[in-house]
Design a protein around this ligand. Sequence first.
Ligand SMILES: C[S@@+](CC[C@H](N)C(=O)[O-])C[C@H]1O[C@@H](n2cnc3c(N)ncnc32)[C@H](O)[C@@H]1O
Length: 258
Amino acid sequence: MYDQLEADLHDTFWAAEGASAELPLIEKFLGQYPGTSLELGCGSGRLLLPLLGEGFFMEGLDNSADMLRLCRAQLGDMDPVLHHASMVDFQTGTTYGAITIPAFTLQFLPPQTIPDLLTNIQHHLHPGGGLYITTFIPWAEITGELNEGEWFLDQETRLPNGHAARCHTRFQIKRLSQELIREHRYEIRTDDGKLIQSSTSSHHLHWYWPREMDKLLGEAGFTIEQTLGDFDPDSACDENSQIITLMARANDEESVDY
Ligand SMILES: C[S@@+](CC[C@H](N)C(=O)[O-])C[C@H]1O[C@@H](n2cnc3c(N)ncnc32)[C@H](O)[C@@H]1O
């Protein structure tokens, strides 16, 4: 997952959707928490690099060597600590003012690991530190707007050299257990259709209803301070929201300093 062509095309496909609507939310959130913060699942630095450029002190963590290689290649004269590790049981040996898990990364983890992850995050936060999480609800798959088992063109963009980059996707959904299994076929083709490069990937995702996230965070000793829908800074999440952003604070007595 997140290697080969999937890693190379990750930022290109996001960029094709325009400026990141999530970045201003993270900037505002981090502004409340002094000190260094950590992005779990930082990938190729799509969000981390602009935040470092804005002057935030940040570290990144990812389990994909290819994504971290792409991130390092774009650092210029910035020199953040980048951890090659799994977020399931990471140990960086320090504490942070805030920890972020943007861009749906939490949903790649098996649900049974989430309580331990949140406890571990507590241990890596200063007392009263901040936690930022974005997840999504796959409404198009849940409601049948997208057809289960059928390949569809998910993403398409033109590369600077004129070649076409595409991602075809098909999925399987398990509504009761809230699981979404997506298969992706990435390809780069010339204008006349010649295949230059291809790779495949499979993602096993889980989604969480807002009340489930409230419960998980509460049990791990966090207080939710804000819940936004669809990256809109002025809109609380409601039952139509597809994207849910949670901003929480660690209860003082729960955090443990190293
Ligand atoms: C959707 S990408 C988001 C990357 C980056 N946060 C961004 O917004 O561009 C998800 C990232 O999470 C990483 N990831 C997935 N599971 C992980 C895990 N268990 N531990 C660490 N990183 C993980 C992937 O390698 C990938 O870089």
